[in-house]
Design a protein around this ligand. Sequence first.
Ligand SMILES: Nc1nc2c(ncn2[C@@H]2O[C@H](COP(=O)(O)OP(=O)(O)OP(=O)(O)O)[C@@H](O)[C@H]2O)c(=O)[nH]1
Length: 433
Amino acid sequence: MALTYQVNAVGKLDTTSSLNPKQNVSMTSEKVSVLCGEEDEALEYDDDEYDLEAFSDADLSCEDRAPGFSDSVNGVVKPRILLMGLRRSGKSSIQKVVFHKMSPSETLFLESTNKICREDVSSSSFVSFQIWDFPGQIDFFDPTFDYEMIFRGTGALIFVIDSQDDYVEALSRLHLTVTRAYKVNPDISFEVFIHKVDGLSDDHKIEKQRDIHKRTNTDLTDAGLEQIHLRCRQQHPFGSTQITEEESFYLTSIYDHSIFEAFSKVVQKLIPQLPTLENLLNIFISNSGIEKAFLFDVGSKIYIATDSSPVDMQTYELCCDMIDVVIDISCIYGMPNTEAGLPHDKDSMAIIHLNNTTVIYLKEVTKFLAMVCFLRKESFARKGLIDYNFHCFKKAIQEVFDVRVKVQQSRKLLNQRRWSKLTLTSGVCSSTH
Ligand SMILES: Nc1nc2c(ncn2[C@@H]2O[C@H](COP(=O)(O)OP(=O)(O)OP(=O)(O)O)[C@@H](O)[C@H]2O)c(=O)[nH]1
């Protein structure tokens, strides 16, 4: 997919004119690749669905180890993220809003999922995983549901709880899911989305979060599984919410940015290069007079890394708004007759001056990643220095990519060798029979 749009949006944004986060421009082109039978055979479909029974040995043989970003059958690295929860808790809506740019109001018309929907999200080299959306009524005791196979290859399990409903049943289902999954794969990162919080007051939200957090961990301790302690978000003493490293409970809604921010944290936990990226961002901001920098996957508005200073929701929301502005402007005024895809290319950049002397600076890093920085107007006077440091940062990121590609290639080669050895041995066996 060639990206030939050019975006050089430079303008002033008044913070009082807030942008509607629900007006997203459709611009991603996600693909679904289905691994079928043979090792290197990957078919591509647009959104497909699979029966529980369809998870045959072929799938199992594909990913029967704990996944990493460097693990897969055809050499492409795809950790699994499972979306589980009771019926109508909002699983499909989350997936559609975050990865398909569906407007939240359209999710009202989504039909209930009755099969597992599996999708590849491969928008950048760093953001590359599979999402499996499970139907609400899944039964662990159903013999056709091979949960061992599913959990064995899973990186993160997101359990969605409808906060507007009674959550007693959801908590017992969460407990069952976590205990089963942990037994099969203790490396899974468990994430709980306390969802649909748009209908709750701030006090009510915090109260529910505390209650769910407490009950979940009490149930786990009672079951002798205190080692799976799920952590809660820290509330800053001055009211703002700070995002902590190890949290597992997120207050989410598809009607604001909370769902994107929560997904960002889930995805970050699956990126092995995260400390390197964070370190590079720290070096970059400290040498450039920048206050905060994010590395964004432009298509999904997931931030894959930021420097080590705390993130507050307002800053994150401003970044999302800026990306929307850039994409909207480039969709309207970008080069015509280009292929469908991200209207974002290597020359993309945008500068927004807020009326409180803050400048937000967006610059392309790779064709799918962009850096969004916050800095004071005075620091922006040294734009030349910032651009030079950014150039060095970009080079360093490229090196991280290169190392990853090399590791992937050598793993693929190793797999192929093992595979040919195996077929050779079985060929020798059958010929001696
Ligand atoms: N208020 C509110 N409603 C939401 C939110 N997310 C989803 N919904 C609504 O919840 C309903 C159920 O959403 P789905 O995404 O179909 O739920 P699901 O968990 O996939 O349901 P099953 O496929 O039956 O398992 C829809 O009407 C959505 O519009 C949210 O954040 N806030």
